[in-house]
Design a binder for this molecule. Sequence first.
Ligand SMILES: Nc1ncnc2c1ncn2[C@@H]1O[C@H](COP(=O)(O)OP(=O)(O)OP(=O)(O)O)[C@@H](O)[C@H]1O
Ligand SMILES: [Mg+2]
Length: 307
Amino acid sequence: MSASFIAVANLKGGVGKSTTTLMLADGMAYYYGANVLVVDFDPQANSSQMMLSERGVQMAYDQGKGVIKLLDQFAQDRPPNLADLILPNAVSLVELRKDEDRDERRGWISTLPAHPSLRFTEMHVEERLYSSGMRPSQLATRLKNHLAEALEPVEGLYDLILIDTPPYLSPLARAALMLADFYVTPTLADPVSIWGTKQFSDWVSENVCTDIAMKNYVVVTRFKNTRYARSAEQELREIYLADRMFGPTIPESVQVLQAMDRADVDSYNTMRGKYGNLRNDVKRLSESFTNFLATNTGSRLPELIRS
Ligand SMILES: Nc1ncnc2c1ncn2[C@@H]1O[C@H](COP(=O)(O)OP(=O)(O)OP(=O)(O)O)[C@@H](O)[C@H]1O
Ligand SMILES: [Mg+2]
């Protein structure tokens, strides 16, 4: 079976893309035993940092792992070799590493990490190819083909490939959007974020897929339960994105900051230690996302393996 390929994207910054990527990865692996590959296409490297710690991001880079090498292979017209660039079992959840009752074939979280210097690597590729007359959409298409070729030999290893993207249409982000089966769009419940979400949605339906409504899963994040936010959320659900499937609303919580802070490469958290009470939100998110995937792929709804 091949993996579902999911881009987590929004043109608006700071709306919880990286956090939602990680919550989905942890939740789907922990509660459903899904094997997940997290790909970080954002030069800010936030989801890489959250998964690996800052030191881990640097170590991965020093070992020649990650998206930069994939881009190097592209720039040098070499066939992609993704298997050597992925960090397998990069997860910080103790239960997914050491649980004695664990089914060894399930619940792996691996990553193709980013590094801050991805910004320059991507810029060099753009400068070189644009000066030779290539258009941005052509570069994105060529990158998409490179990515598809790179994933082909490994995608059978994963149930889900989640790609975290930056808050702008970089060549890599465009390639991810073109290749994706589905889009997860985190957004905040405020007018500015709603506008950014609408722009993103319009861009994708005009440039990538006309039926985005069928492929888009929206998550309202960092929700403060005020009258103002409730009315903005209602507007989003009933007017702006009435044709989309929504996940559960994720509350604003300091626990998120703690959950997304992996102290060091050799520090591991339990699900309870990492998420505290927020793990119920992560569980609800995974259940709802599983439902979204099953509905849209026509596949069987998987069973929870943990409560
Ligand atoms: N539910 C939440 N409660 C509190 N803080 C949160 C929550 N979700 C995210 N945050 C915090 O909000 C900030 C932005 O989140 P995140 O980095 O996930 O957004 P992003 O959309 O990936 O940003 P960017 O556009 O820069 O990539 C981070 O500091 C994150 O820890
Ligand atoms: Mg981010």
